[in-house]
Design a protein around this ligand. Structure first.
Ligand code: HEM
Length: 403
């Protein structure tokens, strides 16, 4: 890989999957950590498309003493990300009825209005801190308004969510480090606060329905069955979490990709039809959700390796998105690559339900940034800061000059 300005900021160090990965490696047993890394694109697709062999319910592999006294079943009910068929199909159908393409498309004017509001508030001193001024608040406000919880509570969500993700500890099924234990406890604290908060809102909607997604979720029915309180709370929780931190990273990463590839910055500003391909290529080049987890339900051959039953797999979609068997010159940022079958939104039954919303937010926000600022440039003395969680790739601070 060639060294770029981004390396000097530690961008590649922030991409955990690059560490220790050998060139061409597809499946790797990290014996010391007790799990398997899947790096290859065809192998990652194979895993994501076969939920019977590769279960999303990874909690069953976690040693009991690693989790303090918590009711896993209660915590998982309604959490689409960790459900397997047939429960997943039922749940996904129910939420798809509430979270339709029309619901998303109708948000476009509101996304534009919030973007302008945020940028107006950021002031005109020729500087932006992209994450704080736009990339964090925009997706949170949109998802909060959609659900029907007050967007003005976003400082609360941020506190809880930071507790969930602010850990540089790599998950290990073997070693019980003090840091790991503290990270789990902190993360559960944040999780609990968020669940209690959402529970109160769900109870209110049951008594007094409104025009919002929470009410739609409370009322949605498939085959005469409704979601339980727990299911609604946990699904809303997933939406709030998955719906904002990832999109924050997408916006920051897209701007960073254009800052480090100035020729593309010029081209996309001149031809806005390139905005969607720029977003797709940013998702491939810097995949926000770097890894997704699965557990094997039986012994299986994967990428020429035998993986036993009951093993944890980390499927590094960020690495798969750089597989040279699928992407020519994978380390080159090239929005014109066609096709671009990146796995940044996953594949198969768990394919990101929020992908249309994330793409819409990315498209609207980038266009407005281009309209308002003739240039957006990183500042040499104030380099970007990256997420410290190894499973995420993205900026968490991106200071820019706007002229
Ligand atoms: C699932 C990435 C934005 C809600 C997923 C998965 C990935 C992903 C990789 C698959 C997980 C797996 O297979 O285990 C992203 C990225 C985003 C983004 C990179 C932004 C750039 C959103 C948004 C929402 C959302 C905006 C909601 C508003 C969900 C939900 C699932 C999911 C509910 C679970 C779907 C299921 O299990 O059936 N996302 N996501 N995501 N995402 Fe997103």
């Amino acid at each position: 890989m060639t060294t770029t300005q981004a390396d000097t900021w530690g961008l590649h160090e922030s991409q955990f999957w690059l560490r220790g990965k050998q060139p061409g490696e597809r499946v790797h047993h990290a014996a010391e950590l007790g799990f398997w890394n899947v790096y290859g694109h065809p192998e990652a697709e194979e895993v994501l498309r076969d939920p019977a062999t590769y279960s999303s319910d990874t909690t069953r592999l976690v040693p009991k003493d690693m989790m303090p006294d918590i009711d896993l079943e209660e915590m998982q009910a309604g959490n689409l990300l960790q459900l397997d068929p047939p429960l997943h199909n039922k749940m996904r159908k129910l939420v798809s009825r509430a979270f339709t393409p029309k619901v998303v498309a109708d948000l476009e004017p509101r996304i534009a209005a919030v973007t302008h509001e945020m940028l107006d508030a950021a002031g005109g001193d020729g500087r932006l801190e992209l994450v704080e001024d736009l990339a964090y608040p925009l997706p949170v406000i949109v998802i909060a308004e959609l659900l029907g919880v007050p967007a003005s509570d976003r400082h609360l969500f941020k506190g809880w969510v930071d507790k969930l993700f602010d850990s540089s500890e790599q998950f290990s099924l073997k070693e019980q480090s003090k840091g790991r234990q503290e990270a789990v406890e902190k993360s559960l604290e944040g999780q609990q606060a968020l669940v209690e908060y959402l529970g109160q809102h769900v109870d209110e909607r049951r008594k007094q329905p409104r025009e919002d997604l929470l009410t739609k979720l409370v009322e949605a029915e498939v085959d005469g069955e409704k979601l339980t309180r727990n299911e609604v709370v946990n699904f809303a929780n997933v939406l709030l979490l998955a719906g904002h931190i990832t999109t924050t990273m997408l916006l920051g990463n897209a701007v960073l990709c254009l800052d480090t590839h100035r020729e593309w910055d010029e081209r996309v500003r001149a031809d806005r039809a390139l905005v969607p391909p720029v977003i797709e290529e940013s998702l491939r080049y810097l995949s926000p959700f770097a890894a997704v987890a699965r557990a094997t339900t039986r012994e299986v051959e994967l990428g020429g390796t035998t993986v036993p039953a009951d093993q944890m797999l980390m499927v590094w979609v960020a690495a798969a998105n750089r597989d040279d068997r699928v992407f020519a010159e994978p380390d080159t940022f090239n929005p014109l690559r066609d096709p671009n079958p990146h796995l940044a939104f996953g594949r198969g039954i768990h394919f990101c339900i929020g992908a249309p919303l994330a793409r819409l937010e990315g498209r609207v926000a980038l266009n407005i940034l281009f309209d308002r600022y003739p240039a957006l440039r990183t500042i040499p003395d104030e380099p970007p800061k990256f997420q410290i969680n190894p499973n995420m790739t993205g900026v968490r601070e991106l200071p820019l000059t706007t002229a």
